[in-house]
Design a protein around this ligand. Sequence first.
Ligand code: UDX
Length: 447
Amino acid sequence: MKVTVVGTGYVGLVTGACLADMGNHVMCLDVDARKIEILNSGGIPIHEPGLDEVVRRNAAAGRLQFTTDIPAAVSHGTIQFIAVGTPPDEDGSADLQYVLAAARNIGRLATDYKLVVDKSTVPVGTADKVKAAIADELARRGLDLAFSVASNPEFLKEGAAVEDFMRPDRIVVGAEDERAVNLMRALYAPFQRTRDKLVVMDLRSAELTKYAANAMLATRISFMNELALLAEKMGADIELVRQGIGSDPRIGYHFLYAGAGYGGSCFPKDVKALIRTAADQGQGLKVLQAVEDANDAQKRVLVDKVVARFGADLNGKRFAIWGLAFKPQTDDMREATSRVVIAELLARGATVSVYDPVAMDEARRIFGDEPRIAYASGPMQAAAGAEALLIVTEWKEFRSPDFEGLKAALKTPVIFDGRNLYEPALVREFGLDYEAIGRPAAVKPAA
Ligand code: UDX
């Protein structure tokens, strides 16, 4: 099939590349000429495992093209995916200007039937706005052209995007007419494997499904994070509690890890946007508001622990930070806990030496030439001569460090672990103090 994907961010690029891999002819459009230039010269503008290979393979086969040419892109695909950004407005609601501009381009330039599919995470009711924008442009041209609008939210995770796209748990399709459903069914046929993964529904339910999924996952995390704070006070261990409840199939093991707060391009933005949408409808979402408040506080929890030990005035002290990306396998630092941790430490007079396996360039871009931030060449280099160590992202290469070397490197032998990477007893055997999330010193599992 001929497919156009508007927007070459995480979702757009992965969608385009993976659909091309299934034999479709895909044209990816972006207004950012620099991005398109990188893609056309064989590069990838984001760090995402396995994506470069899929892009190169399909570009070489002639099934995947990148362009800034809007008329060519509109003319190419019978199916037009809109996968542009929906950044939060000042009030937390999603900014739809890019989505609606893409829709208008289609209405302005289409000469045959188009199925326009919203892939970006957009507020409930956006598909109707997309429909109205296209109809308006067609009316201006005096054209009575058939088109359909569908909503097909994406559930991929950064760092596992290709794998998630290729092996979806479900494919949610919101649509209003048979033609749209049939086209989507045909497009996704290669992903069906052993069972029908298409969940077909109306447009608004599909749009709400995406927010509901992310809000539910964020709720689990904030719930566990608050319980972890309680566990510390009560002398219980959140890790044991996690295992104790996860074995109930109604609860399950996934997404129950307490830590230093969730970040990324989705959870914080989507939680805010859903709260905002609900408020606009006169409907408070008390639970979700609490989820957001708890997460804001949780991003400061490591610094609270530092302050409890070293006092509020951190002048003259340098802290090592392991991990800057909002999670492993990505260089994405959007809404990353590291940004709050660094800002809070600097505000108290400290300096930091930071290390991340892939997000160093991104950090330099964000922090500029801030003299109080030193960029280390490795984890041990960051720790050398630092007062103490803070772990913010659970990269694999932090999981079995040289504890003896760490003890020698740090001025005060203490690790503040925001991702619960180690067995507390083991760390303490090396003579290091260990402050994790919800894992108090006194508790040991019964033998
Ligand atoms: C998320 C959703 O998982 C995905 O379905 C959706 O399409 C986009 O948003 P992503 O933002 O890539 O994906 O990251 P994810 O792996 O879900 O992690 C989000 C944040 O939650 C990270 O900061 C992570 O550290 C944190 N997290 C996750 C926890 O603190 N505890 C957990 O148990 C799981």
